[in-house]
Design a protein around this ligand. Structure first.
Ligand SMILES: Nc1ncnc2c1ncn2[C@@H]1O[C@H](COP(=O)(O)OP(=O)(O)OP(=O)(O)O)[C@@H](O)[C@H]1O
Ligand SMILES: [Mg+2]
Length: 255
């Protein structure tokens, strides 16, 4: 079981789009995937066409002594399961901060999965900001997948994330955490976007996925229909890109 945090403290860079569509493509390839919606905005939950259910989220396992296994719901896709978000999660930021083991709460909450309900991949859709939920995700994950938008300040945000990874490693919360991959998202055919991709590749080399996600109208629309792109427009550019990402992701994880 590999746990991957899809994270970037910057808002609106394609975290949820990537978590949902990568999860859907991995599941379509027959790989058992659990997507955990860690964002009180519940965008990943609604992008799969599911509603928030009161009392059904990681909040209970984080703070209420509930088991994570009981929070898992099936989706209409084979091999794809979800722990949805609910309104309680909005309070988790503050409440988790008050408990002793506040950095490793999520890690402890997810531990039973390995024995009781193993998946091949667990994807964590993180909220923006470097808050408690995101740092908990980094402490719980084996690796980080960082989507970044092909725009001017991309590198600045990335160096911040690298710093945070180092902090999480060195404080002992998760010495094994690695930067698994950087994904360039919302690529438009402009010189600036190409320069940004080149610049990020120059600094981060192999860490950057070969697959670049294009900006397409359909990718932007799909969540409002509650559909991953492979269902909404299976043969379009967006679906092709996320399928290619899943293939590359699986190559990186075959050992
Ligand atoms: N490749 C793309 N092409 C077009 N629109 C996109 C693409 N990727 C994401 N979007 C749209 O951009 C917006 C932000 O994307 P998304 O919600 O995935 O980002 P996020 O990083 O999860 O945001 P937040 O930080 O608020 O959680 C959404 O409306 C989404 O539908
Ligand atoms: Mg999001």
């Amino acid at each position: 079981m590999k746990t991957i945090a899809v994270a970037n403290q910057k808002g609106g860079v394609g975290k949820t789009t990537t978590a949902v569509n990568l999860a859907a493509c991995l599941a379509a390839a027959g790989r058992p995937v659990l997507l955990i919606d860690l964002d009180p905005q519940a965008n990943a939950t609604s992008a799969l066409g599911l509603d928030c259910l009161d009392g059904h989220s990681v909040y209970g396992p984080l703070l209420g002594g509930k088991s994570i296994v009981e929070q898992i719901i099936p989706t209409r896709f084979d091999h794809l399961f979800l722990v949805p978000a609910d309104l309680d999660l909005a309070g988790a930021e503050i409440e988790v901060a008050r408990v002793d083991d506040h950095l490793t709460r999520l890690r402890a909450a997810l531990a039973p999965l390995a024995t009781d309900r193993p998946f091949e991949f667990v994807l964590l859709d993180c909220p923006p900001s470097l808050g408690i939920l995101m740092t908990n995700a980094l402490a719980a994950a084996d690796e980080l997948l960082v989507p970044i938008q092909c725009e001017y300040f991309a590198l600045e945000g990335l160096s911040k994330i690298v710093q945070v990874i180092e902090q999480i490693q060195s404080c002992g919360a998760n010495p094994q955490l690695t930067l698994g991959g950087i994904l360039m998202t919302m690529f438009a055919r402009t010189n600036l976007a190409q320069q940004v991709v080149d610049e990020v590749r120059k600094h981060f080399g192999e860490k950057v996925f070969n697959t670049v996600i294009p900006r397409t109208i359909r990718l932007g629309e799909a969540p409002s229909f509650g559909k991953p792109i492979i269902e909404y427009e299976p043969n379009g550019q967006g679906a092709t890109a996320y399928r290619a990402l899943a293939t590359e992701f699986l190559q990186r994880h075959s050992s």
